[in-house]
Structure formats: C-alpha cells, structure tokens
Design a protein around this ligand. Structure first.
Ligand code: GDP
Length: 432
C-alpha cells in the first residue's frame, strides 16, 4: 500500500485535512499510548484505491527552532513516503520555513502535491495562486474545514501515488493451490493417493506415452483444492544419479505456483539435512507452510522422544508452522490436513490494521527499546503492513535496527497477532 506523508507548519490545518482525507472524525484525536499522535499512520481510501496517510508533524523532539522541526519533518516524510502532500496556509503565504521544505523536497525528487489551505472564498483563490512561486507546480486550493476542493486534491494525490503492487502472480479465487513436497520416499504419492481416494498406478513411464495432468483437483473438507504438479510426484525419475537434482527443481517449480506447501518428512527416520533444506526453501519462498510427519505407524516411544529433540534442534526457525502426524498409507489422521492448511492460509493472509499495529509497536518500543549503539538509540517510528501472502511489514525507523531486534519484533508480532503457519517479512526503512 502506497504511503502519503503530510507535512506543513503547525496550524496550517494539517490535522483537519487528514480528517478530511481519511473521512473519520475520531482518528486524529485518537490517543494511542507510546506513539506520538503525529506519527500514527491512518488507512485511507479514495476512488477505490487504498493508501496510508502519515502525519509526520512535530516528530523530532531534539530539533530546536520551528525551521529545524519542519526540515526534520520533511526529511522523515521524504524517507518514509511514496508521495508528499505539502500543506501551506494560503492566508499567510510563503514563509522561510516553507522555502526550506521545498529545497528538501526538490532534492529528494519524490512526487509532491501542494495544498493551499484555508481557501474559503474567491479572495482566497487569488492568495492560493501566489503559491505557484514555490515552484512545486499547481497549488490545489482547499478548505479543509468546509471540504471545499478536497475532491480535486485527492485526485491529484492518487495520481502522485504509485500503484500498489499485486500480491500474487496467479489470479485470485479458484481452488487453493497446495504443493506437496519432500525428499524421495517420504510418502508424497501415498498421501496424494489417499487424498484422491483412489489408488492409482504410479506412472513409471519415462517414454511419456501417458500424458498426466500437471495438477489434480481434490475434494477435501467439502472444498476443492488444487494440488500442484502432482504429475511430478507420480512420475518417478528412474536414474539414481541426478535424482535429487530433479527433485529440487520440481520443488522450486511447485513452490513457485503454490500458496501453501505441505512438507512431508519420514518420522521413522532421523530428520536429514535434505528435509530441513526443503522446509527452509518453502519458508524462504514466502509460502504458507504445514509440516507433516508421515509413517507415524512406525514411530515407537523411543523414536518419539528423539523426534521431539530433533524438532527443537532443527525446526526452531519454523516453530510457527502447524505440524501433523499422519500415516499416509493407512490414511490415519490424514483428515487433519485440512485444518492445518486452513490455519496456515489464514495466517498467510492476515492483515493487521494500521492503528492496531502501531498501538502494538508503541508499546513494544516503550517496554523494550532497542539497545543503544554508539551513543545512538535506534528506534521504530511507525510501521505499516505493506502486503499479505506472506505478511510483509515495513518499519520506518530512526537508525538501523539490529537483526536480533528484528527477530524479537517478529516474535512479539506472532505473540500478538498469531500468524501461525506463515513466514513474516519485515523490512526497515531507516532515516539515516
Ligand atoms: P514419495 O517418493 O515421497 O512419493 O514416497 P511414496 O509415497 O512412494 O512412499 C515411499 C514408501 O513409503 C512406499 O513404500 C510407501 O508404501 C511407504 N509409505 C508411505 N506412507 C507410509 C506410512 O504412512 N507408513 C508406512 N509404514 N509406510 C509408508
């Protein structure tokens, strides 16, 4: 979601204008502990296009004079935003502080929309016209208070904002796309056969006289699911050499098209490096993830003990993934797959509202500040969830957050909002 930053001197009517844009009265007076009101982003929508509005005003407590404060504001805005809405009071005209802001905005090259506020009548239109002198193009005369001109202004804002990127390459809707992956002989085709409720002959025909469908549609839990590249599971690669190579190509291709991956491991054997590699591959591809421990019928008490140790040791980085124990050959607990898939997909598509996210971040920052480094205190200013599938967060920061702190933020995000079964991406956009 594109970010629009609003800047301008105090009392030019920014807050009133923000209220106009987000179309809510309570938003700006809303008090969220730990986060300065000015830095809270708001969800906005105009003509069906969603964007985030950030009022960057007065964020820098260190800046002394008004001019410094405005300049600091402009810098943050320029860092954080895709476009800037610069609000000037038309009844006052251009001030030195405004000129300073223009220099910063020009240097940054971000798209700028200029709002001439407090234009309540005809006379005001004339005053607004004088703002052409700022060299930022057409000033949009508005009356934030009365709503005059705000439609045209918002149209200009939409033009300035980039299109939000599509979350997915594949069309939305239709059956969920599932990839069954795992190293050879863990039971992928056994599971597929059970799910498809018919024992098919494994196609073992390298000459390719049979043309398999690449995907299979399977009814599960009253819904249809698309299992990706099942032909690749059913068809055996005969040569022993290169087997793993082709298997990993298949895995990559299937992940590419899938929304959720079911990684099968053989519970009767020690977790291998190849198992953990495939699990990481799925998580790194940004897919929802379920881990299935197959051949559970072969697991005795002793083995069970070791499995728990292996999970703690090898699978910590995907501790969030739902795990199911199954026996594909007999069908034992295979019905639990649907619930695990639903859990993972739900986490994958979870969207946290901007208000809730920043209330959480505010608490986190005040309760667990980033350690001071080189006399500086890196800090999260605010955040926004840029996309789902997988959930991707952008944190606007002053200073650069350490990897350890980012992992901590991820852990706390999971505690607060769930995200079972999905990797989370966190990007930071530091000010410096
Ligand atoms: P794939 O290479 O991952 O597709 O694995 P297969 O489905 O071909 O299974 C490999 C072997 O494991 C076959 O001999 C299966 O009969 C066996 N197998 C699959 N699932 C189970 C299970 O739940 N329990 C047991 N004991 N054996 C299984």
């Amino acid at each position: 979601i594109p970010v629009l930053a609003i800047i301008g001197r105090p009392n030019v009517g920014k807050s009133t204008l923000v209220n106009r844009i987000i179309g809510r009265r309570e938003a700006v007076v809303e008090d969220i502990p730990g986060v300065t009101r000015d830095r809270v982003p708001y969800d906005a929508e105009w003509n069906g296009k969603a964007f985030t509005v950030v009022d960057t005003g007065g964020w820098d407590p260190d800046a002394r004079g008004l001019a410094e404060r405005i300049a600091a504001q402009a810098e943050v805005a320029v860092q954080a935003a895709d476009a800037v809405l610069f609000v000037v009071d038309a009844t006052v005209g251009i001030t030195d502080a405004d000129e300073a802001v223009v220099r910063i905005l020009r240097a940054a090259g971000k798209p700028v929309v200029l709002a001439a506020n407090k234009v309540d009548d005809q006379r005001g239109e004339l005053e607004a016209a004088s703002l052409w002198n700022l060299g930022l193009g057409e000033p949009y005369p508005v009356s934030a208070l009365h709503g005059r001109g705000s439609g045209d202004l918002l149209d200009a804002v939409l033009d300035a904002l980039p299109e939000a990127p599509d979350d997915e390459d594949e069309p939305e809707g239709g059956p969920r796309r599932v990839a069954i992956i795992g190293r050879p002989n863990v039971g992928k085709s056994s599971l597929l056969n059970k799910l498809a409720r018919e024992d098919r002959v494994v196609v073992d025909d390298a000459s390719g006289t049979t043309v398999d469908p690449v995907d299979e549609l399977v009814e599960l839990g009253g819904r249809t699911w698309r299992f990706i590249d099942t032909a690749g599971i059913r068809r055996r690669v005969r040569e022993a050499s290169g087997h793993e190579y082709y298997a990993s190509l298949r895995t990559g291709g299937a992940l590419e098209r899938a929304e959720v991956a079911v990684v099968i491991v053989d519970a009767s054997q020690t977790l291998s490096e190849q198992d953990t590699r495939i699990i990481s591959q799925a998580a790194e591809a940004g897919r929802a993830l379920v881990v299935a421990f197959n051949k559970w019928d072969l697991v005795d008490d002793e083995r069970r003990y070791y499995i728990e140790r292996e999970i703690e040791r090898e699978l910590v980085q995907v501790a969030w993934a739902p795990r199911i124990n199954i026996a594909a050959r007999t069908g034992w607990h295979v019905d639990r797959l649907v619930r695990a898939l639903d859990t993972a997909l739900e986490g994958w598509e979870t969207r946290v509202g901007t208000g809730a996210l920043n209330a959480f971040l505010g608490r986190l920052v005040s309760e667990h500040p980033h350690p001071v480094r080189g006399g500086k205190q890196p800090k999260i200013l605010f955040g926004t969830q840029a996309s789902t599938a997988p959930p991707t967060f952008i944190l606007f920061t002053s200073g650069k957050l350490e990897a350890g702190y980012l992992r901590f933020v991820e852990r706390r995000l999971r505690e607060e909002f769930g995200f079972a079964g999905t990797p989370i991406h966190i990007q930071q956009r530091p000010r410096e």
